[in-house]
Design a protein around this ligand. Structure first.
Ligand code: LIP
Length: 278
């Protein structure tokens, strides 16, 4: 039976956001505190550089078991294979470690991303997030949002409302992007970056889509684009940007998908999208 999309009250959305924050923090604590000294590559996926560690799997298992208890009947889609159809109309989309290569190399730019979504999370463009949280466990920055409830950064006991940048001048903009793991795709993506570099202030490639989207929401980046994201890279960060007054779109102004994600202030996205929508 396919669950219909539920009408959610502000209190229900707030409850989902609290669960997302709590679980992001639990999984974030796990991947930092129980990281083995001899952490290596447990497996590879699409290419030999698309790696999985034992901590990706342990983090996803923690999220799966906690959600099964906290939200029985909800669906689940996880990067490392967790999958559960929804009986409630809510599905959780989780990235147990976003920025796995950074985690493997101990570069402090990785995150746990947890989002509650409505719609069919297995069909591109047929779902949207209603609550989400992204935690960088190294900097202890917890970004979170609920649909209609705003977007916030919790850090060192303070909660700050987030607002995207108002920068609309491309030549003065700080842009971020990312690359896939496939060599042919990376070659095309590098060519696009080469075209953009002379037209913008600068470009950053931090290695975590979830954190890039949160940086857009916080005004630390003026815009971000990437082709090849999966729902788990995108889900929580998408809502954190839109609840910070930003726009997140995909090809030809449609919903963001694996084909393309463009994020930023509305004026900026309007300028950038046609330049990267190849
Ligand atoms: C990563 C994304 C990033 C992308 C990387 C990688 P992962 O996700 O967050 O934006 O550029 O290639 O896909 O694989 O670390 O979960």
């Amino acid at each position: 039976m396919t669950a219909t999309t539920p009408e959610l009250s502000a209190d229900e959305i707030a409850d989902l956001e609290t669960i997302a924050c709590t679980l992001a923090r639990e999984a974030g604590d796990l991947i930092v505190e129980e990281r083995p000294d001899d952490l290596g590559v447990a497996a590879t996926k699409s290419t030999q550089t698309d790696v999985v560690t034992v901590m990706d799997k342990r983090s996803e298992e923690l999220l799966r078991t906690r959600l099964a208890t906290a939200r029985p009947g909800d669906g689940l889609l996880g990067e490392e294979g967790a999958a559960q159809p929804s009986r409630t109309g809510i599905s959780w989309v989780v990235d147990p470690i976003d920025g796995t290569v950074n985690y493997l190399y101990q570069l402090p730019a990785y995150a746990v991303s947890v989002a509650a979504c409505v719609g069919d999370v297995y069909t591109p463009g047929a779902w949207r997030p209603v609550a989400g949280a992204v935690l960088n466990p190294v900097t202890d920055e917890l970004f979170h949002a609920g649909l209609g409830a705003g977007s916030f950064l919790d850090h060192r006991g303070r909660s700050t409302a987030l607002q995207v940048s108002a920068q609309a001048d491309l030549a003065l903009s700080l842009l971020a992007t990312g690359f896939g793991y496939d060599v042919d795709k990376r070659t095309r993506q590098a060519a696009l970056v080469a075209e953009l570099v002379p037209q913008v202030r600068d470009i950053r490639r931090a290695g975590s889509a979830a954190l890039d989207l949160c940086s857009v929401a916080a005004g630390r980046l003026d815009g971000y684009y990437e082709a090849g994201l999966h729902p788990w890279d995108l889900a929580a960060g998408w809502l954190i940007v839109t609840e910070a007054g930003g726009l997140v779109q995909g090809p030809a102004g449609r919903a963001p998908t694996h084909e393309l994600v463009v994020a930023g202030g509305a004026d900026f996205v309007t300028q950038l999208a046609p330049m990267v929508d190849r």
